[in-house]
Design a protein around this ligand. Structure first.
Ligand code: XMP
Length: 243
């Protein structure tokens, strides 16, 4: 059984891309699924993975997006659930069991909840089934500094979160593309076996497309999903993000 990290690297190599497509389709709920499939069809040979968030998961649920998951698997693309999971262990375990049953490869979780009776058992369960857990280290919106940069016990929380990712054996971390220095600090803490995923490129305005030096993967949503020509938008940013 290949690990989530191995599947991500294989997919990046095959697609020659380090873009994780955030399939965040908004607008009328009834039309989102069809539009998501269209964007996926247009881009799937040149992206490394797909990330879905509440824009699809709330209106449709796991059952409702089964075709999106199947499409990803047919194309060899890992699919990540961006739930920013943040609950007690029994609930977290039920969440990841559902995600695995519906074919998801990884989940994004919030390390704030802690390891004991929080995320420790979840990471073990995911690893036993070949899945991955990605922890939030520093988010990409401006208010991130109000939480992730708070100094607790003499250091900013994001450094504690990066150390948790390393110590808990997380498969990846999320660090904002708008903070290249935090990407570099995080890399020093987590080493090379933990993937760095970096959102905040493009629509969130801070970083230019192609930026996020030091990250393994860049998460891009609206710049692609809301473009009149999603493939064209992807190909425009791909030169800076080729694997
Ligand atoms: P845009 O449209 O801004 O979409 O390219 C970015 C996607 O990434 C999500 N996002 C985050 N997810 N940690 C995460 O786990 C973060 O720090 C973070 N910042 C943005 C966002 O919800 C959207 O799906």
């Amino acid at each position: 059984m290949r690990t989530f990290r191995e599947r991500m690297m294989a997919s990046a190599k095959r697609s020659r891309s380090r873009v994780v497509l955030a399939l965040d389709i908004t607008g009328p709920h009834q039309t989102r699924l069809a539009r998501a499939e269209k964007v996926l069809d247009a881009t799937m040979d040149r992206i490394a993975a797909v990330k879905v968030n509440h824009q699809l998961l709330l209106p449709y649920g796991l059952e409702g997006i089964a075709r999106v998951v199947a499409k990803c698997h047919d194309g060899g693309l890992p699919i990540i659930a961006d739930l920013k999971m943040n609950d007690i262990e029994s609930t977290n375990l039920d969440i990841v069991d559902s995600l695995l049953a519906y074919g998801f490869d990884a989940v994004i979780a919030n390390p704030f909840v802690g390891r004991e009776e929080g995320l420790g058992g979840v990471i073990e369960r995911m690893h036993a089934k070949g899945g991955g857990v990605i922890l939030l280290v520093y988010m990409s919106h401006s208010g991130a500094r109000e939480g992730y940069a708070l100094r607790v016990a003499g250091k900013p929380l994001y450094r504690t979160f990066a150390a948790r990712a390393r110590d808990w054996g997380a498969d990846g971390v999320v660090v904002s593309a708008k903070s290249p220095e935090k990407i570099a600090e995080t890399r020093k803490i987590v080493g090379n076996n933990c993937l760095i995923f970096s959102p905040g490129v493009g629509a969130q305005g801070g970083a230019k497309l192609g930026a996020a030096p030091g990250a393994d993967f860049v998460i891009v949503g609206r710049s692609i999903t809301e473009a009149p020509n999603p493939r064209g938008a992807l190909m425009e940013i791909t030169p800076g993000l080729a694997a």
